[in-house]
Ligand binder design. Sequence first.
Ligand code: PNS
Length: 161
Amino acid sequence: MGKIAIYPGSFDPITYGHIDIIERATKVFDKVVVAVAYDSGKDSLFSVEERKSFIEKVDWPKGANIEVDAFQGLLVEYVLKKKGNVVVRGLRALSDFEYEFQMALINRKLSEKVETMFLMAGENFSYLSSRTMKEIISLGGSAEAFVPKHVEEALRKKLRK
Ligand code: PNS
């Protein structure tokens, strides 16, 4: 059976940084499930359905085996239900490490069956975050270099009154 990676996150909204990690993961695993979390502990700008549809509309490389899904509740339970082998998370900089390390260890305590693997974001993407995208757009800037066109349009619609 093929190896399935689960890539969970808020994706509020998806950026080229996330897309870079997903494309890297498709080269290592047979299938990548991009899982939008209902329970991320953050207030989100977009609904889970909106966030899912932004990911679905990305121009993914031909043949890339990517499923877009949403999950509620604990990540480890979702991973086991999906018969996933590992959780993939992206690391941009050292500042991500503490939070990611804590999350990976908590998930390991919750289930010994779930491994976490980290992929390093490409250096062009290491400074991107969904939070800064919202700030740029709400202050009238362009996020063209950071998010796909349909995502930039959705951000503009939502944030520029
Ligand atoms: O993109 P984010 O916001 O860094 O993703 C965080 C996410 C969604 C992966 C994390 O909050 C999560 O796994 N939420 C599901 C609930 C859960 O399992 N919590 C316990 C692990 S910390």
